[in-house]
Design a protein. Structure first.
Length: 186
């Protein structure tokens, strides 16, 4: 095994098991489904949030409010993204987020900057009673004091590596892979 190899950390079955456990943990932390809202961070957090929502709804027999956050305009590196960033749509449930338990779902937690941007956007939409951070993979390496409440899997990753979450809607399969970090041109 070398640093230049693509390594599967979680196959489809492992991801599905982690998501099922995470869904149960969210319900436990919220003490049920009352007032629960699930928001995925675009891109792959949305697909993971939809899977978690479906699992909770099937297990609990109730409908859960959901939506998506696009954090593009809230990034602290927007100037580095380029002069014309691609901005997606944020859509929140009609129920809103005020006085609700909002679960923010993302694929990988690394520096914490994406989460910070999501929290900033979320606060522009209202004032939740509680916010839970739910991530499929926590790879460590925080630059901000942000920690997840619900984690599918924690992994140790070298600086030369990245974690990729693949979802069928965008990538044709469901898995988590460790890949070599793309080299920056000098």
């Amino acid at each position: 095994m070398t640093l230049n190899e693509r390594i599967t950390l979680m196959d489809e079955a492992a991801v599905e098991r982690a998501l099922a456990r995470m869904a149960r943990e969210i319900v436990e932390l919220n003490e049920g489904t009352e007032g629960l809202v699930i928001l995925g961070i675009r891109r792959r957090g949305v697909e993971l949030a939809q899977r978690i929502q479906a699992l909770i709804e099937a297990e609990e027999g109730t409908s859960i409010a959901s939506g998506a956050l696009d954090i593009t305009m809230y990034r602290d590196d927007l100037m580095e993204v380029g002069p014309r960033p691609v901005v997606g749509e944020s859509n929140l449930p009609l129920t809103g987020v005020d006085d609700r338990c909002v679960v923010v779902v993302d694929d990988v937690l690394f520096t914490g900057r994406t989460t910070r941007a999501a929290l900033n956007e979320l606060m522009d939409w209202g004032r939740p009673a509680r916010i839970l951070l739910c991530v499929l993979v926590d790879r460590g390496g925080r630059e901000l004091p942000i920690q997840p409440d619900v984690v599918g899997r924690a992994v140790s990753v070298l600086p030369q590596q990245e974690v990729e979450v693949l979802v069928p809607e965008q990538d044709g399969r469901l898995s988590v892979e460790l890949v070599p970090r793309a080299q920056e041109e000098e």
